[in-house]
Ligand binder design. Structure first.
Ligand code: FAD
Length: 380
């Protein structure tokens, strides 16, 4: 068993850390307060090769693995979760295209994502279909040489700025199995009938665009179905088994950022004539945070490594997603606690980390859904 990262992987970490710590801190508060982002930063990250490293060289990607993407994600989120999400979520959907897209779809979309020329977004969630994705009611109906799409989607990351929306639709409502009724479609967002409305007031990751989407008689070419008709649910589960690794890396990065802030602050801040770090209660909290982070990182490294080896373990991915999100929330909470009143003010980075952490237990499978997957794998 070898737990060491290769020289190339260590170089990736160093480069991602340098980029994030050089570019993010000065703008993080502004983006957070104003709920906006500067896409020039995303383009710069693309130019430097940080976006879509898992995309095959045939589509201008670096042909690396999900582990390498995770290493970059961890570094970006350790500095600022909002900016990290704004940059790296721009490929959310490419994982599905790599698995199930046609050659034409891959050639059309993937090189543009890597080059910083386009953004893909994935739309599954609806008002009555959250954890229960089989309840999705947005329909796609064949009409001559086109698909006609009608419905609405919620909480869509990058919905107002995406070039394409990978959209999960009901195509086979009469199929007796609710797991065989849906399909994915590549919907260009410039089609008549497509509307996106930015959601304001998120608790955290406020640099990241989130939107409600409405699709009214949106017509797309017949070839824009991604994967097989009726197989969408099964394809979605395979897709999540890749993208949930990104969330693990987000969580471990955020937790590490919280630990770094806690260490810095408790060494500097003095009360009762001594640094906070000299009190045993502080030392134990730091020890616990560091241990949780290490455990969560080892879980997701193993899960990502197995995916890259073609030996996916879906229960392990669920364990890594649940555990890393939970420790991110705990670490951010402890870090705020150690900052006292300062941690309650948004000027302090630890405050942004605290507000960002909660979403990790919600999106791409709530912690309850992850535990359901784990317990089913054990109990049958
Ligand atoms: C910032 C942000 C970005 C997002 N980006 C996207 C995106 O890009 N694309 C997209 O499609 N979606 C996106 N989402 C939506 C996200 O994936 C959903 O919010 C999530 O899947 C949960 O669905 P829900 O909000 O409807 O909650 P619900 O499913 O209503 O769940 C509410 C609570 O009930 C629990 N629960 C539900 N069913 C069960 C059960 N059977 N057993 C036990 N507990 C249960 C859940 O665990 C949760 O705690 C985003 C959400 C946010 C907040």
């Amino acid at each position: 068993m070898d737990f060491t990262l290769s020289k190339e992987q260590r170089d990736i970490i160093r480069a991602a850390r340098k980029f994030a710590s050089g570019e993010f801190p000065d703008r993080a508060l502004e983006f957070d307060r104003e709920e906006k982002f500067d896409l020039a930063l995303w383009r710069k990250a693309c130019e430097l090769g940080f976006v879509g490293v898992f995309i095959d060289p045939a589509y201008n990607g670096a042909g690396m693995g999900f582990l390498e993407h995770s290493l970059i994600t961890e570094e970006f989120w350790a500095v600022d979760p909002g900016i990290g999400q704004a940059i790296l979520s721009t490929t959310f959907g490419s994982e599905d295209l790599l698995l199930y897209g046609t050659e034409d779809q891959k050639q059309l979309v993937l090189p543009k994502l890597v080059a910083g020329e386009a953004i893909i977004s994935t739309a599954i969630t609806e008002s009555d279909a959250g954890s229960d994705v089989t309840s999705v009611r947005t329909t796609a109906v064949k009409d001559g040489n086109e698909w006609l799409i009608n419905g609405s989607k919620m909480f869509n990351t990058n919905g107002t700025i995406a070039t394409w929306l990978l959209t999960f639709c009901l195509t086979d409502p009469d199929n007796p199995s609710r797991h065989d009724r849906h399909s994915f479609f590549l919907v260009p967002t410039d089609r008549p009938g497509f509307k996106a409305k930015k959601i304001l007031g998120k608790t955290g990751i406020r640099a990241s665009d989130t939107a409600d989407i409405s699709l009214k008689n949106v017509r797309i070419p017949i070839d824009n179905i991604v994967g097989k008709q009726g197989e969408g649910f099964h394809e979605l589960m395979a897709f999540f088994n890749r993208t949930r690794l990104h969330i693990c890396a987000q969580a471990v990065g955020l937790a590490r950022g919280a630990l770094d802030e806690a260490v810095r602050h408790t060494k500097e801040r003095r009360q009762f004539g001594a640094p906070l770090a000299s009190f045993q209660v502080t030392q134990f909290k730091i020890a616990e945070m560091a241990t949780w982070i290490r455990a969560a990182r080892n879980l997701y490294y193993e899960a990502a490594w197995l995916v890259d080896q073609g030996k996916l373990d879906h229960a392990l991915i669920a364990m890594a997603k649940w555990f890393s999100a939970e420790i991110a929330v705990r670490c951010a909470d402890e870090a705020v606690q150690m900052h006292g009143g300062y941690g309650y003010i948004d000027e302090y980075k630890v405050n942004r980390l605290y507000r960002a952490a909660k979403v990790l237990e919600i999106y791409e499978g709530t912690k309850e859904m992850e535990k359901t997957i784990i317990s089913r794998a054990i109990l049958g």
